[in-house]
Structures are given as C-alpha cells and as structure tokens.
Design a protein around this ligand. Structure first.
Ligand code: DX5
Ligand code: ZN
Length: 213
C-alpha cells in the first residue's frame, strides 16, 4: 500500500518545504497540466528538474497533457522514477511506454473516468502502473466518483498475478480510501485530503493505516 500525496494543493511558492511536511509519504505525485488536455495549467519540466535536486523521494509524474509522446520521456530523463501519460492523449501508447522504460523509469498509463480498461488488457505487460482517475482530471478537491469502482476491480482482475501497481487518483480521503482498497487498488493519490489537513504527515499515516486495515 503506497500513499502518494499530490502537491497540486500545496503552496507552489514553497514546494521544497511542502514536500518536507510529508516525510512518511511513499512518493510525491506531481500533476502536470497544459490547458489543452485539461482546462488548467500547472508546472512543467523546469520545476521537476528543480524538485529532483531537493528531494530523494520518488517523483510520480502525472502528465495531463496533449502530445505525451513528445514530452513524457523527458520527465524520465529529468529523474522522475515514474511517468504516467494518458491513453486518451497518446498517439502510440505502447511505443511511449517502452520509451519511458528505456529511460529507466516506471511506465504508467492513466484512464479518465469514462475510459474503459478492457481495450488495454493486452498491453498491461508494457506497464508498471495503471492510474485510474476517480474524478475528471484538472482540479483538486473534487468529489470521488463511485462509478469508477467497478473499473478498478476489473483492472485488478485483468492484471492477474502481474506485479503492476494500481493507482487511484481523485477524491481519495479517509472516507473513500477503503472503497478503493476493496476494489483492488494499492497506490493512492491524495491531494486536498493531505495538504488541507492540519498535520499532513499524520494524514498520510492515517490513510495508510486505513488502506492496510
Ligand atoms: C486531478 C489530479 C489529482 C489531484 C487530486 O486532476 O490528477 O492528482 O491533485 O486531488 P484530490 O485528492 O484533492 O482530489
Ligand atoms: Zn494526479
């Protein structure tokens, strides 16, 4: 069970100190948005290169961008250990996953809430992680979509005994994490739940405890 807090709801003027507030986290989830794939704009490569210099934590990149075929390998090259591209945006997802792995990073593919998992069953061997969005991507603080739970369950079935991480992202909190665990997820992004908590690190541990229970 891995808790990967999203810094989308952190203070962007002080990212280094924000990361230092969550020493118990398993990774730092970094949301890259380009105002094309999603209607919001965040950060890009230069910020990730700077983050790499100030933390040894695993950088878990979530690229919500058009044309990931062009950009995703560069995030791996910048030192991110995991790079998620969205299948809805990728022109050649298999080639892209291979390029990310060739850069030494974990290759991961993201699915928006309305994107089914079945069509991608045959390419699971190309992936180290599958990210299932449980809100429409673009903003933190949205309500968890229960209608995604059957897809999480289906994804876990399709993975069989492969060692692929199954990540959920969007609306994950103390109230919703157990539903995700029951469906088969093992890696949890939490943005507002962690960074709006009085003690973000305590919340990371609370979420992990709930996931393990
Ligand atoms: C949304 C991002 C999420 C976001 C989650 O598009 O991909 O990672 O930060 O925030 P919460 O946990 O508040 O839903
Ligand atoms: Zn995300």
């Amino acid at each position: 069970m891995r808790i990967t807090p999203s810094i989308l709801n952190a203070d962007f003027a002080n990212l280094q100190s924000e990361i230092e507030r969550i020493p118990s986290s398993d990774a730092i989830h970094v949301d890259v948005m380009d105002n094309h794939f999603v209607p919001n704009l965040t950060i890009g490569l230069p910020v990730v290169e700077s983050l790499r210099k100030v933390t040894d934590k695993m950088l878990d990149m979530h690229l919500m961008i058009a044309d990931p075929d062009r950009w995703a390998p560069a995030y791996a090259e910048a030192g991110a250990e995991s790079v998620t591209f969205h299948v809805e945006a990728a022109a050649a997802p298999i080639r892209l996953a291979r390029e990310i792995r060739a850069q030494g990073a974990r290759a991961s593919m993201g699915l928006k809430p309305a994107t089914p998992v079945e069509p991608y069953a045959d390419m699971l061997d190309e992936l180290d992680m599958l990210l299932i969005m449980t809100v429409e991507p673009g903003f933190g603080g949205q309500k968890f979509l229960d209608l995604c739970l059957p897809k999480i369950k289906r994804a876990r079935e399709l993975m069989g005994d492969r060692q692929i991480w199954l990540q959920v992202d969007g609306g994950v909190s103390e109230q919703t994490i157990e539903r995700c665990v029951d469906a088969g997820a093992d890696t949890f992004v939490a943005g507002s739940a962690v960074f709006k908590a009085d003690d973000p690190d305590a919340m990371v541990n609370t979420l992990r405890d709930k996931a393990i229970a």
